[in-house]
Design a protein around this ligand. Sequence first.
Ligand code: ATP
Length: 314
Amino acid sequence: GYFETEDQARDAEVRAKARSQSRSRNAAVTVEDFRFGKTLGVGSYSTVKLATHLASARVFAIKVIDKGHLIAKKKQQTALAEKDVLKRLGAGHPGIVRMWYTFQDQWCLYFVLDLAKNGEMKILLNRMGSLSLECSRYYSAQLVDIIRYMHSKNVIHRDLKPENLLLDADFRIKLTDFGTGKVLDDDVDKANTWVGTAQYIAPELLSSKETSKATDFWALGCIIYQMISGRFAFQGLSEFLTFEKIKKLEYSFPDGFDESPKDLVQRLLVRDPSARLGVGPPGSEIDFDALTSHPFFASIVWEMLWTSQPPALE
Ligand code: ATP
């Protein structure tokens, strides 16, 4: 036969088997590997569906993007940005939706994502009005921790808002929607034409279309204000009037707004991006300690933020 000895034949067989096993282990994941379930949400260019990975029985959220739609709506750049940014962030932080696989067929792109079982923070806020000080503190701290990680990877999100803060099975934050995310090559991104969501837009975007890491800090201030007070920091009767208020820093705290978060919000909602708490002049590293050591966070145990039990929702 082909082989000199039986041993050689057996060796060859073992090697062939190992090769084929490793091939199937590395084999590309396809749409056939999942059973699709209910629709979790519909975005401007995608539908997100519950899906079970058949071999492992693990449940994911799969973002299904129709290619025709993508082209018709000129959203190719958004989808690419989302994929690039999520790849770059990898599995590095428990508070960021992880992208496990991507694949495509003739019609669609598929992004296989961590499932955030409890949906959007926005819906929680709509339902509850506002959150207790304890909950607001916890979610603010999680958001600070996520931004710290993101910025360490040179990624800015640029569209932080309660809609994009998803909640996992334990009601911890999973940040999503990196379609407007940006990997910074430089400190400041000048050539951008993108505009985010009216109520959370930083003044520098309205005046000069410049974004930097400080842009995410503005949105953080808006979100902390909203969780505690149950209303937007900046809200006019129209988008235009909302922008006017942002430019003039026209907002006020309702009676009873606790002093320490008030101080924090006032240090974040500052017109000059470099004057926001922890930011500093262009070119300097963000000083996250200035944020994490703010009195509002005094009771937060940062090392346990993602493992300790979240406070009861109230
Ligand atoms: P848009 O561009 O309008 O922001 P999009 O097309 O980027 O939308 P997403 O906002 O990412 O789509 O997703 C659409 C909806 O699906 C979201 O509103 C959210 O409720 C739900 N969803 C998205 N990702 C997940 C996830 N990982 N787990 C659970 N639900 C999700």
